[in-house]
Design a protein around this ligand. Structure first.
Ligand code: ADP
Length: 242
């Protein structure tokens, strides 16, 4: 087990977003977290990555307690994440965006120093890997939505996280890019990265996931491999609202 929560709970006013969610994601696998709108998936990501503090319960990663820790501490522990609405700096170039993920100590001496040049090379490596190196000098705001998502992912990968949380990687992305994102996730996973993916595109989820956790009303109601989840009656019921 890599990322584990026990009894995670969070309410906003009178709305229960997480209702004692105990979940284990599998190390070295592509995990998916699915469920109807409002079932608590984003709140779960936000609690795990320190963006919001849970009201109760625990978050542990590789056996370390990360409950309520600040986002930078959680990032340093090896967890990276992307956001549903994609976070990039619109007026910075794609290359600058990726470099902004390097901690300041990595750029001591400036970009012209040997260390700076090595970081630029590494950033270009990620842009190339994600197929957007030709856009390195373009401002992020001039990239298509799908390209911005790839750019955000390049920035996350620049920090070399062991585990990557992706919030709707396929949302709003055109079909050609969608296939590439699926292949990329599998490749990055084959190199040893663990993924947890919140995604509504069921074709993508079913084709790339090893393990699926299904949320309904702030807690898991089913988990298992795609073959099992596909036919699980509780899952169908949750989506159909019965
Ligand atoms: P999902 O990601 O599965 O769609 P969310 O985690 O976004 O679900 O939301 C779970 C519930 O918590 C929903 O009822 C939502 O309206 C509520 N919620 C989430 N964030 C907030 C917030 N910041 N303030 C108030 N209610 C919120």
């Amino acid at each position: 087990m890599t990322l584990e929560t026990t009894g995670l709970s969070k309410a906003f006013g009178g709305v229960t977003a997480l209702d004692g969610a105990s979940v284990s994601f599998h190390q070295g696998e592509v995990n998916a977290l699915i469920g109807p709108n409002g079932s608590g998936k984003t709140t779960y990501f936000n609690c795990v990555t320190g963006m919001i503090k849970p009201d109760g319960g625990t978050v542990s990663y590789q056996g370390r307690d990360l409950t309520g820790k600040a986002p930078h501490r959680i990032a340093r522990a090896g967890i990276g994440r992307t956001f549903q609405l994609c976070r990039t700096f619109p007026r910075m170039t794609a290359l600058e965006n990726v470099l902004s993920a390097v901690p300041p100590t990595g750029l001591i001496g400036g970009l012209r120093s040997a260390r700076g040049r090595a970081e630029i090379e590494r950033a270009m490596g990620w842009l190339t890997r994600l197929g957007i190196e030709h856009l390195a000098g373009s401002e992020a705001r001039d990239l298509s939505w799908g390209q911005q998502k790839l750019l955000e992912l390049a920035g996350v990968l620049m920090a070399e996280p062991e585990t990557v949380l992706l919030d709707e990687p396929a949302g709003g992305v055109n079909p050609a890019l969608l296939d590439r994102i699926g292949v990329l996730i599998r490749e990055l996973n084959a190199e040893g990265r663990t993924f947890v993916i919140v995604e509504h595109n069921m074709d993508l989820v079913m084709s790339i996931s090893d393990h699926i956790v299904v949320f309904d009303r702030g807690r898991p109601i089913a988990e298992g491999p795609p073959s099992q989840i596909r036919t699980d009656e509780r899952v169908l019921g949750a989506y159909l609202g019965v």
